[in-house]
Ligand binder design. Structure first.
Ligand SMILES: Cc1ncc(COP(=O)(O)O)c(C=O)c1O
Length: 401
């Protein structure tokens, strides 16, 4: 939830901008609350049992300022490209996990000279390439084998596992993959990797999923007499964009992890979590000024300075992003101020495409041209996944409070 304190900080920023702006250019910014991020990350870390290690999935938001805040709190970083490896290398000596289905030979080679601790194996061919590179360099590569599970594990609408995808190796082929890896002196199987879903909102199903990952790992460990103690359950913890008042119940997951810690104490297992969205979504707000309000074919629309080229996720998922309205009383034009009152409204961006929509037919008490819309939970998969330069509008300010 957007706390009152957070809301006030963002609103204080807007107030200040309104008071001091000279150009008259509309407000458009990403506003990050770093203190809130630190508190949230610490809360996550402190809730985990001793057998869990907490990694931050950098792809959710690679901003250096966020990485610096997270660095002292977490155990390491999950990275998926050489770019991410070098960004992390600039702020931390902590270990990295290198995943991603399209690793290049050059990335694998350079990863081996950095703090990358484990590499995920995503396919037989990738395993062969790793063996080849490791032999050439006379090094042993510690790997986690990425599994695409046979069974669906949650109702989350984006799944990487339990369905045919480009990720990992079909669970049915994992014994063959292990057998192949064991033939090489240059590959050391350290465990398994199961990142399986995105934006799961059901904590109980997540606990079950983790239990399933542990059981699968233990059975392969036993079957092949592996010294493979790592069970990487990935990320996928959700943000309830539809109803932020009912967030993912983190305590249920934390309690479940504590139970597994007790149950499997004898087994020498370490559980890795690679959390992206849930870590950083709440610390970021995207704020944008309303340029126009109008009615078209009997439906109400607001057009903002900004849009999906800054915050692509609601357009990509075809959802309404949670928002609140910051009312601005000043009105400088000598003509009528367009507004909607007590109506359903679509909030669109400044791009020339009907897909540039951030909010779809949601109720507003009142919205006027010149008001500011605050999109909450914009800290994850926001700016970096968006197509910034389509139409060549200026980028938003990036502000840290
Ligand atoms: C391998 C891997 N781990 C972790 C994550 C982070 O997932 P989330 O942001 O849902 O926590 C991702 C996201 O795509 C991923 O691909």
């Amino acid at each position: 939830m957007l706390t009152l304190e957070k809301k006030n900080k963002v609103e204080a920023y807007i107030q200040e901008q309104l008071q001091h702006r000279e150009s008259g250019d509309p407000i458009c910014a990403y506003v990050y609350d770093l203190e809130r991020l630190k508190t949230h990350a610490k809360g996550i870390k402190e809730s985990l049992p001793a057998s869990c290690r907490l990694y931050y999935a950098v792809k959710a938001n690679p901003d250096r300022r966020l990485l610096e805040v997270l660095e002292p709190v977490i155990d390491g970083f999950e990275v998926a490209s050489y770019g991410e490896i070098s960004n992390v290398g600039e702020v931390s000596d902590k270990p990295m996990l290198f995943g991603g289905p399209g690793k290049k030979d050059r990335e694998i080679r350079t990863a081996l000279q950095t703090n990358v601790e484990y590499l995920n194996v995503e396919s037989f061919h990738e395993l062969n390439r790793m063996m080849h590179i490791a032999e050439q360099l006379s090094v042993t590569i510690p790997v986690l084998l990425r599994v695409n599970l046979s069974k669906n594990v949650s109702d989350s609408h984006i799944r990487m596992s339990g369905v045919p995808t480009q990720f990992g190796v079909d669970e049915r082929d994992i014994p063959g993959l292990i057998t192949h890896a064991l033939q090489s002196d240059y590959i050391d199987i350290k465990g398994f990797h199961f990142h399986a879903m995105s934006n799961n909102l059901d904590a109980k199903s997540h606990v079950k999923f983790v239990g399933m990952c542990i059981e699968k790992s233990l059975s392969w460990k036993k079957q092949f007499a592996l010294d493979a103690s790592i069970v990487n359950v990935g990320g996928g913890i959700g943000i309830n964009y539809w109803n932020p008042e009912e967030p993912f119940e983190w305590n249920i997951l934390a309690d479940g992890l504590a139970d597994y810690h007790e149950t499997y104490q004898e087994q020498d297992l370490t559980l890795f979590l690679e959390i992206g969205r849930y870590m950083v979504a709440g610390c970021g707000s995207y704020v944008s000024e309303v340029l126009d309000v109008k009615t078209n074919h009997d439906e109400h629309f607001a057009v903002i300075r900004g849009g999906s080229h800054h915050l692509r996720m609601p357009a990509a998922w075809k959802i309404s992003h949670p928002f609140n309205v910051f009312s601005v009383e000043e009105w400088h034009y000598p003509f009528v101020r367009p507004e909607v009152i007590d109506a359903k409204l679509t909030i669109a961006g400044e791009l020339c495409t009907p897909n540039d929509v951030l909010v779809r037919k949601e109720h507003v008490d009142r919205l006027r041209a010149g008001d500011i819309v605050i999109f909450q939970y914009a800290g994850a998969y926001g700016w970096t996944i968006s197509h910034h330069d389509f139409l060549s509008h200026p980028h938003p300010e990036i502000v840290f409070i």
